[in-house]
Design a protein around this ligand. Sequence first.
Ligand code: ATP
Length: 319
Amino acid sequence: MIVVDNVVAGYRTPAGLVKAVDRVSLEVRDGEILGIAGESGCGKTTLLKLLYGSFGDGLEIFSGRVYWRDPDGRRTIDCADFHRHWWEIFSYVPQGSMSALNPLMRIAPQMLDAGTGANRADMAARRARIARTLAELDLPARTQRLYPHQLSGGMRQRVMIGLAAYVDPDVVLADEPTTALDVVVQRQILENLVRLQRARRNTIVIVSHDLGLHRQVADRVAVLYAGRLAEIGSNDAVLGRPAHPYTQGLVDSLPRLGDRQPRQGIDGRPPDFMAMPPGCRFAPRCRRAIAACAGSDPDPRPHGSDRTAACIQLEEVAA
Ligand SMILES: Nc1ncnc2c1ncn2[C@@H]1O[C@H](COP(=O)(O)OP(=O)(O)OP(=O)(O)O)[C@@H](O)[C@H]1O
């Protein structure tokens, strides 16, 4: 399990601190697929980097704590040390990862190179594992002998997922894993991901702005807005019966097959991190906002048995 405990994190910029993740608490449970949703710039990638312990680009934790705990609860690792366990416990499929493959190397040696430190199995066992993983991802065996430019975009993306998964880490963190692919290929890749996860029982965290993707694969969904956690809970609760007005707006804006009515989106844009509105950050765009919203920036509270949501009006409903 990865625990995010009241974390404020972000970047120091000439204009000031960007708190891209602001007082966020959540748990990534063992063996689940957790989807992280929200509009562009709301902090999804930053949260994923915290879960991976990747602090290379100036990301800092200003307060709070992120740590991993093993299923027995005997061993904890602070996120400052996650990098020592990359590939062994955590692996990462970065955004735009299709271009992350080395163009001069065939696929098999790239996979063998990856995570060498974490992978103590002998060469023959590792080769067998690579073959098995590629087959699980519906990639033909000859893929191993090809160079990246000889693969389609969808195949390259599947190879990246294979790279992250073949060493069998506890947690795979994937940032927009199917962006830029056509819908049919997206669907295949997602099915592959789920199949891998079910077979290996590892944990997957997927960042995407695409709610359809989350609806299809996630066990639970977390929705971020302007660095704050708006809502988190089961797929059915959050996407089937959204409670937070922001999640409702996102779900309402999804096109539905056969629906000729124009979808109702959310007016306006997320606020600038340097000029946050007082109180609830979503209030200026919220159709249900009342005067009290400008004076309260609530943390998520339980709303029903399978979700928490951060809206003062929902607290009234729940009471
Ligand atoms: N290295 C960085 N230095 C300074 N600011 C950054 C850095 N990376 C991200 N930010 C800022 O942090 C905020 C959150 O960005 P983040 O990439 O986490 O959002 P996101 O929801 O993943 O967006 P997208 O869907 O567009 O990838 C944005 O305002 C962004 O400009």
